[in-house]
Design a protein around this ligand. Sequence first.
Ligand SMILES: [Zn+2]
Length: 314
Amino acid sequence: MYMKISNKFELSPKQLLIVWYAVAFIAISVIAYFAYLIGTLQQKNLLLQEDLRLLQIGQAETAKKLSDTIAIIDKNLNLTKSEQEELRGKLAQEQERVAAQQRHLDEVAGTVGTLEKLTYTDEELLQKYSKVFFLNEHFIPANLSKIPAGLVHSSKNDIQIHSTVLKYLENMLRDNNDPDFDLQVISAYRSFDTQQNLKNQYTVTYGAGTANQFSADQGYSEHQLGTTVDFTTIRTGTDLSAFEETSDYQWLTQNAHRYGFTLSYPEGNDYYISEPWHWRFVGVALATKLYNEGKHFYDLEQREIDQFLVNIFD
Ligand SMILES: [Zn+2]
């Protein structure tokens, strides 16, 4: 029996068997190769899966380590924060302690300053002196200065005043730029002896009664303090009785307190006849209080006045 493959080839059964074997061999070889290939790939896949698993484990470990580290850092940060807060608290306490010490020191310094001021401030400067209240005849101000010639009446050439009061007086006389303003000092510090001589002179001229009432005794104690000034103007000169009518006097009544001066003996006072020309330095605070309240120095109790002594030159 012949198997017809084509018109040209005709194989014998033996040849056909060989072909079959060959085909079977090739087929088995191909199948074996693919089987091998599949096996290799599966193995590689397994290896890769293993690698992946290991990688995942590694990742998880790394992530855990990282999170542990972050937790440690957080903890440290929190510790640092609480430490910082503690330090801040301590610092605030320390600052408060230092501030309290400073306040205490300031208080002590203030007390010392006040005591020092009072020690160096003559308490006589704010005492009431008149026919009723007497000043020791030996009292002499600690420091006296000559009033500049331009500020005193031409008939006088050597008028002295308490050295510290001088600048208040100068400011007062120089601050007014009104061309009609011609206020001048005609008398300021007078020693006990000078006063007595003056009194004798007045007594001789006017008789004891008139002299006592007019000028010999009146306010002499205040002039002995060195803080008291008698004013006049160029126009009224030595005629003190005309002073009250001047615009300068009106200006003094409205402005002298700003420089610490006050009118000692106003009209109707219980101590002397009215002396519009006679102004005493009592410090800006007290003079301003008197001005604001419409009062005069001798209206106040001595103990009320005394409270102003420490600040008399402020
Ligand atoms: Zn006077």
